[in-house]
Write a new protein. Sequence first.
Lengths: 226, 112
Amino acid sequence: MPEPRLVEVRKNVLKQNDLAARALREQFRAAGVFVVSLVSSPGSGKTAFLEQTLTLLRRDYRVAALVGDLATENDAVRLARSQAPVKQITTGTLCHLEAAMVQNALQKWDLSDLDFLFIENVGNLVCPSSYDLGENLRLVLISVTEGEDKPLKYPTIFNSADVAVVTKMDLASAVEFDWQAAYGNIQAVRPGMQVLKLSAKTGDGMQEYFDFLKGQLEELRVGAAS
Amino acid sequence: MSIVELAEEEAVRRGVQITAIHLRLGALSGVVKEALLASYEMACDDSPLKGSRLVVEDVPVIIFCPSCQMQRPISSIQLFCCAECGTPTSEILQGKEIEVVALEIEECQSPV
């Protein structure tokens, strides 16, 4: 019986995804497109938020979206109402998007025709945090109906995000939403993260959000030119 | 799944039998250790790794504290502050790992 031996390997398990994400990031950079991924729990209003985003932003910018969902194409159908190019990624039983799926979905798209590309992840606050999609900005949504402690329950996804958006603010008083508590919880798990609040339904706060996105795009383009 | 695939590749490359995989798992990896251990056995079924063990080392979050100018642990996963002085920080140095660090192997019988 041979003696068991220990050999050092040191390999990142998500290396395949990280390599695909790096290739995507390079592709996005070369095309000059600003890519935003959206993560949130199911039912937080990602699709309504994105529909409004596409509808309003496409007046001044070239926008498109990829939308990940387990089974249905309902979200893509809803988003198509915005008239922006939309493609569904049906993940089957997989609870998150991976970089290779984004690569596949983008195969026939000319990214240089776009200013903004939005990638709506599967509604899930756990697994998407581990998968880089090559995005410039990861936006985490939290709706006022979910409670102020969501960031404390799912610190990993909030920590992996670049900006937080509090949605359904039109319902804030009805559900006695405590903005200060929610803001404090987000800052506890991700110190310094910018937090926007809005209602996709009434349009309140959407302009500030668009200004933020426009600023990000300008920064990207200035950076690329210099 | 890719943990098993990664180990299989190594086993084939080195011509060895793997008896255990040592994995470093960060507190911010997004992976739950218990769920991983439970699924490992299933993932190994119908593979040369059947019967092998998964040994998971928990990796805590380490941040760089701008006040202490040092590497420090955080107060808790719900509070990204220096555990020593309480300064908030987002500069994470460690804690996102999902890394296969080592394999326990047995040399295969010589084919001849």
